[in-house]
Design a protein around this ligand. Structure first.
Ligand SMILES: CC(C)(COP(=O)(O)OP(=O)(O)OC[C@H]1O[C@@H](n2cnc3c(N)ncnc32)[C@H](O)[C@@H]1OP(=O)(O)O)[C@@H](O)C(=O)NCCC(=O)NCCSC(=O)/C=C1/CC=CC=CO1
Length: 258
């Protein structure tokens, strides 16, 4: 259900249920969380790439499993708290960059997963569908938090209340994706981006992620205070010393992520 491949200090995590558009069963969600934990904890991994097998990125919750749960009186069975929330927390807080290669449709919680990544490279064939209200549910997996930060409150409300799919070019216009490329190039482009990040100053990227997340919910004085602390930490890294040395020597820095 999940493929986990490592090369160039990049962990590529592929949702692998193409026949069901990589929709999320309990088993897949558990496997995804395990894979993300493995990538987060492995110091040799310096960037993560998340994608889907086949023609979809992820169609959100597996509605067949969900229908069975409803039929059996189990309802949501705590899946949002136990399975979705930890995945989103890990994507947003892991101390290394996460790139989504959005190869096709990203619907419901599948869209939420893409929004929780740091950068999104989309295929021309990709679509985003905030499909929650379409099935009588409210957004989950952090979409209410991430989407409005990406596109603004007004657009987020429109996308979530109307639930109309958004194609890749509109997603680019709104700033929802970093780049749109032909379908055949999406993995290559996203991988190159992840591999470039994996060669970069990993601790500075981790500090950047912390600063951005913190600033989203704090006043300027608090943001300034955290920036000062994080800058002290970055200034003490080997990568900072190396980059400063390389600049003065008119060389390219060799970052090691330390
Ligand atoms: C827009 C679609 C994603 C893609 O449409 P299309 O390209 O026309 O492809 P389809 O023919 O519809 O689908 C191809 C096959 O995949 C199966 N499939 C697609 N989505 C799901 C799914 N979510 N669960 C199970 N199976 C799925 C589809 O049945 C086809 O299989 P068969 O050929 O065997 O029939 C479109 O498919 C679509 O709108 N999908 C549903 C999107 C959706 O509503 N997702 C759930 C949103 S809610 C959510 O994600 C989170 C939660 C949280 C926790 C618990 C409970 C619910 O939701």
């Amino acid at each position: 259900m999940i493929r986990y491949d490592v090369a160039d200090a990049v962990a590529t995590i592929t949702l692998d249920r193409p026949d069901a558009m990589n929709s999320l069963t309990t088993e897949l969600k558990r496997a995804l969380l395990d894979a993300l934990r493995r990538a987060a904890d492995d110091r040799a991994i310096r960037a993560v790439l998340l994608t889907g097998a086949g023609r979809a990125f992820c169609a959100g919750q597996d509605l067949r499993e969900h229908a069975d749960n409803l039929e059996a009186g189990r309802g949501l069975d705590d899946t949002v708290r136990l399975h979705y929330n930890p995945v989103v927390e890990l994507l947003t807080t892991m101390p290394k960059p996460v790139v989504a290669a959005v190869n096709g449709v990203a619907a419901g919680a599948g869209a939420s997963l893409a929004f929780a990544c740091d950068l999104r490279v989309a295929s021309e064939k990709a679509k985003f569908a905030l499909a929650f209200t379409g099935i009588g549910l409210a957004p989950d997996s952090g979409a209410s938090w991430t989407l409005q930060r990406l596109v603004g409150l007004g657009r987020a409300a429109e996308l979530m209340l109307l639930g109309e799919p958004l194609d890749a070019s509109r997603a680019l216009e709104l700033g929802l994706v970093t780049r749109v490329v032909p379908a055949d190039d999406v993995m290559k482009t996203a991988y190159e981006l992840a591999a470039r990040l994996a060669q970069g100053p990993t601790l500075a990227y981790a500090a950047t992620k912390r600063a951005l997340a913190h600033a989203a919910t704090h006043a300027l004085p608090d943001a300034l205070a955290l920036e000062a602390d994080l800058q002290d930490e970055c200034a003490a890294t080997r990568d900072h010393r190396e980059a400063t040395r390389a600049f003065l020597a008119k060389q390219r820095p060799a970052f090691t992520g330390e």
